[in-house]
Design a binder for this molecule. Sequence first.
Ligand code: LMR
Length: 397
Amino acid sequence: MFEKISPAPEDSILGLTEAFKKDSNPNKVNLGVGVYKDGGGQTPVLSTVKEAEERLLRSEATKSYLPIDGLAAYATLSQEIVFGSEHDILRAGRAATVQTPGGTGALRVAADFVRRISPEAIVWLSDPTWPNHPNVFGSAALQVQSYPYFEAESNGVAFDRMLAALENIPAGDVLLLHGCCHNPTGADLSSQQWQEVAALCAERSILPLLDFAYQGFGDGLDEDASGVRIVADHCREFLVATSYSKNFGLYNERVGALTLVADSAEAADAANSHLKICVRTNYSNPPAHGGQIVAEILGDPELRQRWEVELAEMRNRINDMRHLFVETLDQQGAGRDFSFIARQRGMFSYSGLSPEHVQALRDRHSVYIVRSGRINVAGMTEANMDYLCAAIVDVLK
Ligand code: LMR
C-alpha cells in the first residue's frame, strides 16, 4: 500500500522553518512562522508561565485523564477573557467551552461539529486567509468558499466587496472571521464594519466562527475582543476558536479552546454533548499541562496582572518594529510606500512582495518569508533590521 505513495507538498508555513534551520548563513532571518521573538531574537518562556509551572509541579497530585471537555476552571476563565466576566452570555449560561489542543484543534472540533450538525453548510473564508484554514475544514469533509477581504491598492479591507459577497451567503452557512490581527494581512475591520457584518449575520442566519488566535497582540485584551463582543451583541449563535499559543507563548503546549454560544442554556448543553463526541473521536480528551498553566495565571489576580504586563511588552515591541521597519526601508531607499505596515496590527502584514521577490530573498539573503508575501513582524529585531531592509531593497531593484 505504501509503495505507491508520492510525497505530499510541504506545509507552506511550517515547511519554511525546516529550510531555515538547515541554512548555514549566520545572518539568516526567519519571518515565516508566526512565533514571537524578543529583542535578542529568542522566543522566551514568560516568567509568569515559569512561575505557574513551579506551582503546578508542587501541587500536582495526579496525571489521570481530564474530562472530555477539559478543565472546568479553564473553560470559565476562557469565556471571561473573551467576553469580559460580567457578560450576559455568561450569566445566562449560554456558552459552552471545550479545551482543545491549540487553536487549530479548536477549529477542527468546530469543523467536525458543523459537519455533524449541518453537513451541507459551506464555510466561507476570507481571501486571503491562513493557508491551513481550507485544509482543516476540507479534512472534515466540509465545502469551503471564499469572500473578498483585502485590496492591494489601499493595503486595507475591501469592505464594500466583502459586504456585497456576504449578502449572497445562504442562511445556515458558516462565516469565518478573524477576531483580530488578521492573518495574513494585518488589516482588521473597524468597529463600524464589525457592526455591519454582525448585523448581516444575524439577519441572514449565518453562523459566525471567530478565529481568535491573537488576543492582546493588537491593541490590548479588551480592545482586541471588541469585534467578538459586537458579534455577541447581534448574534444568538456563534463559535469562537481561542488560541493561547501567542499571548502566553505556549506554542508547543498546544493550548486552545472552542466556545459555542447558543440561544439558551439548554441549547448550549445539548450542543456541548455533540462537541464532546467530536473531541472523544479525535483525541479523546485534552492534554492537561498547558491548560493548567493558563488557568493558574488567569485565576490568580497577581499572576494575571504580571502576565498582562508581559503581554503588553510583546505587543509594544511588535508595534515598535512596525515603525522601525517602515523607517529603515525608507532610509535605505526602498522607493515604495510601506507606511501601511505601521498602521496594521498583530504579528503579520502583507508586504506586497511578489513570489519572485520572496524566492530571491531566500536564495540571495537567507531571508525566509511566506510565498504570499506575508511577513512576521514579530521576527524582526533591532539587530536584524538593517540586514533585512537592505535585502528587501536589493530584491526590489
Ligand atoms: C502562523 O500562521 O504562522 C501560525 O499560526 C503558526 C501556524 O501554525 O501556521
